[in-house]
Design a binder for this molecule. Structure first.
Ligand SMILES: Cc1cc2nc3c(=O)[nH]c(=O)nc-3n(C[C@H](O)[C@H](O)[C@H](O)COP(=O)(O)O)c2cc1C
Length: 257
């Protein structure tokens, strides 16, 4: 299915990186079943991106038992012991290197990558809680965003993100007049509110539709399409968003020239 028919909000991007430069891909995957389609997609991400010349890093959140809960225990040394302002403690904890080591390790992988690939099953129009908890804890204030450092001024500018997810629903259920509305609206908190907000170029998502209910042959066909999507990643369109240049200091829109 073609995304452009659903919403008019995609633009093309230039191939990134200089010729001969080795790029790094971080694959962030989440599935409670190691033999699931999502696990197969993560394996395809690893294989194809390595073939395409990327240095590949894989964080398999369920396999490592990632802790998704943002809490005071993320800060063994507190800036303010009386009252926890999570974002301020993130800033201080990263600056001093005292934030929980599991966060620091993931943050280092994130800052190193040029391309972030997310493989997960859609849960409740969104991401599984374990992946949401990765965003909450790893996309730290100060480094990834802060003040008016978002969208085209975000801390993760220059990186690209691809959402490649499995979903129970079928293509005809999503779209402007479809029962669930456009999928880009369903995924807006992820595509816009998280990935684009922190400055990344957000590529058109790849959806593996209806995978629990289709034949083995149909599943294999989707996996081949996914491999091709990864090979074509340099020419995949990305989400069109406003520039902060078009807004004043209080974020009111400036009059159009
Ligand atoms: C907790 C939970 C929530 C789900 N929410 C949705 C949903 O909002 N929309 C949808 O189409 N499918 C939903 N599903 C179906 C999953 O997306 C589907 O089973 C999954 O993508 C299959 O991938 P897998 O075979 O790799 O596990 C949900 C499944 C679970 C377990």
């Amino acid at each position: 299915m073609h995304w452009k028919g659903q919403t008019p909000q995609w633009r093309s991007v230039q191939p990134f990186g200089r010729a001969g430069e080795v790029k790094t891909a971080l694959i962030l995957s989440s599935t409670p079943e190691p033999k699931s389609f999502v696990a197969g997609m993560a394996a395809t991400s690893q294989r194809v991106l390595a073939e395409e010349g990327y240095e590949v890093i894989h964080s398999d959140l369920n396999a490592v038992g990632w802790n998704p809960v943002a809490s005071a225990s993320d800060f063994p040394e507190r800036n303010n012991d009386d009252y926890l302002v999570y974002a301020l403690e993130q800033r201080a904890g990263v600056a001093k290197g005292t934030i929980s080591p599991d966060i620091l390790i993931e943050l280092e992988k994130l800052m190193k990558c040029d391309l972030l690939v997310l493989n997960f099953p859609i849960y409740w129009f969104s991401v599984p809680a374990i992946l949401k908890g990765w965003f909450d804890r790893v996309l730290v204030s100060g480094t990834c965003y802060g003040g008016t450092r978002f969208y085209d001024r975000g801390g993760l500018r220059g990186k690209r993100a691809l959402v490649a997810a499995t979903i129970g629903g079928q293509p005809h259920m999503f779209g402007r007049d479809a029962i669930h509305g456009p999928i880009s609206e369903m995924l807006s908190p992820l595509l816009r509110g998280t990935l684009a907000y922190t400055g990344m170029d957000v590529l058109e998502p790849f959806m593996a539709w209806h995978v629990p209910y289709i034949s083995q042959k149909a599943r294999e066909k989707i996996m081949i399409q996914y491999a091709q999507c990864l090979r074509d990643i340099n020419t995949r369109d990305c989400l069109k968003l406003p520039s902060l240049e078009a807004f004043d200091k209080a974020l009111y829109p400036l009059p159009r020239a």
